[in-house]
Design a protein around this ligand. Structure first.
Ligand code: HEC
Length: 115
């Protein structure tokens, strides 16, 4: 009898740990790479420079330091949310948090300053 109770508790504990981890993994983390791959890569390219198709539409080169310096986070958020010229709007597909994450991701392409 006692054994059964202990076994039950162990099982319960195990499931609560698994559940806790699962909810953590889905709640907090935004998968930058996946969002970019699915929604942006076909125009902006894996390397941020722009694909052939993207260049034809007039994408900026995300690896260009001057472009990075001249472009504010706010401007990027507006463009990604509402679109701009041939850049399609993403506001209906991505949450504001995901759009902010994309701005961070685009900043990763910024070249390191040469000294
Ligand atoms: C169909 C092609 C296409 C897709 C898909 C696309 N973009 Fe763009 N993007 C463009 C074009 C074209 C421009 C240049 C717009 C302009 O200034 O004329 C642009 C510009 C931008 C800019 C510069 C904003 C500015 O204000 O100068 C950012 C940032 C950007 N895109 C982010 C993204 C992100 C993030 C995604 C995915 C969620 C994405 N784009 C998906 C075509 C695309």
């Amino acid at each position: 009898m006692k054994k059964k109770v202990i076994y039950g508790l162990v099982v319960l504990f195990f499931f609560s740990v698994v559940q806790f981890n699962a909810s953590n993994a889905f709640a907090g983390k935004i998968n930058y790479k996946k969002i970019f791959e699915n929604n942006c890569r076909k125009c902006h390219g894996k390397d941020g420079k722009g694909t052939k198709r993207g260049k034809g539409l007039g994408v900026p080169d995300f690896t260009d330091g001057d472009w990075q310096d001249a472009t504010t986070d706010k401007q990027m958020i507006t463009t990604i949310t509402n679109g701009k010229k041939r850049m399609p709007k993403q506001g209906h597909k991505l949450s504001p948090e995901e759009i902010k994450a994309m701005v961070k991701y685009i900043r990763f392409f910024k070249p390191k300053k040469r000294h």
